[in-house]
Design a protein around this ligand. Structure first.
Ligand SMILES: NC(=O)c1ccc[n+]([C@@H]2O[C@H](COP(=O)([O-])OP(=O)(O)OC[C@H]3O[C@@H](n4cnc5c(N)ncnc54)[C@H](OP(=O)(O)O)[C@@H]3O)[C@@H](O)[C@H]2O)c1
Length: 267
């Protein structure tokens, strides 16, 4: 079991969406929150809300595109003590066709959605290993399990995030460490990140962020290794056993590759 109450919890991308909701719910459970984001206004608002609940919170502006900045922020935190639960949540999506992607969009997607996980975990894991306790949470996506049209950069970065969690888990297991990892793979949720995207298939509805966050916290508390939400996303594993043409046909027929039609995003 991972206990939220009394744990020092770092959440990246905590100024809005899943990160903000997670911060609020974890603070209510007695967690000591450290919140990173680039959005100062959003961070200030979350801080105010948590403090109104009577809980303490530390907020820091940290641009996850920048490795030096991540290390600087991490060192500042480590001077005050180890982090017990690290939630790599921040993410971006460009939602463009592959050939319309700019080099900056591709680079920023990988820097934030994937590489930042390497830098934060390299910073905080040594202390977790030393204490033989801790939890690394990777907020990936169902797009990290199934490649989807108009999400080539996003899917690749999330496939990497899923692989990151699995390989890290194997390494920790090999060390007989009690540090845990969880990977979270939600389908589209109405946080604003995928604004404009509509339901294409009844088993793949646009999710309520509150539900995703509630289930994520439960998974962390129970030390479960993986959350796919909704449950239908588990079908992707079975479909992988089929011939590739059949796998592709199912995706097209269910409208998976039309998911991004109507996408406007957060802007
Ligand atoms: N929403 C979904 O449908 C969905 C589905 C599956 C997985 N996910 C994943 O869940 C995670 C959270 O998504 P969300 O929907 O909550 O997104 P969100 O509402 O857009 O929140 C992401 C937060 O990350 C911040 N951020 C962006 N670039 C950053 C940077 N360079 N450094 C630090 N912070 C940065 C954003 O700040 P700004 O607002 O200033 O950009 C924002 O506050 C992401 O990893 C996403 O890929 C989301």
């Amino acid at each position: 079991m991972t206990t939220i109450s009394g744990s020092r919890i770092l959440i990246t991308g905590a100024a809005s969406g899943f990160g903000k909701l997670m911060a609020l719910q974890m603070a209510q459970k007695g967690g000591q929150l450290i919140l990173w984001d680039i959005n100062k206004e959003g961070l200030d608002a979350v801080k105010k809300e948590i403090e109104t609940q009577g809980n303490k919170v530390v907020t820091m502006i940290c641009n996850l595109r920048n490795r030096e900045e991540i290390n600087k922020c991490a060192n500042e935190i480590l001077e005050t003590g180890p982090v017990d639960i690290l939630v790599n949540n921040a993410g971006i999506v460009s939602g463009q066709s592959f050939l319309d992607l700019t080099p900056d969009q591709i680079e920023s997607t990988f820097e934030i959605n994937t590489l930042a996980h390497f830098w934060t975990v390299q910073a905080f894991l040594p202390e977790m290993i030393k204490q033989n306790k801790g939890h690394v949470v990777t907020i990936a996506s169902s797009a990290g399990l199934v490649g989807t049209s108009k999400l080539v950069d996003y899917c690749s970065s999330k496939f990497a995030a899923v692989g990151f969690d699995e390989a890290l888990r194997a390494e920790l297991r090999g060390m007989k460490s009690k540090v845990r990892t969880s990977v979270i793979c939600p389908f589209v949720a109405s946080t604003g990140m995928f604004s404009g995207v509509k339901k294409r298939f009844f088993l793949l509805p646009v999710l309520k962020p509150e539900k995703v966050v509630r289930k994520t916290i439960k998974v962390i508390e129970k030390n479960r290794r993986r959350l796919l939400i909704p449950k239908f996303v588990y079908a992707s594993y079975i479909c992988r056993l089929l011939p590739v043409w059949f796998f592709d046909w199912i995706g097209d027929t269910l409208g998976v590759n039309k998911t991004m039609e109507g996408f406007v995003g957060r802007n």
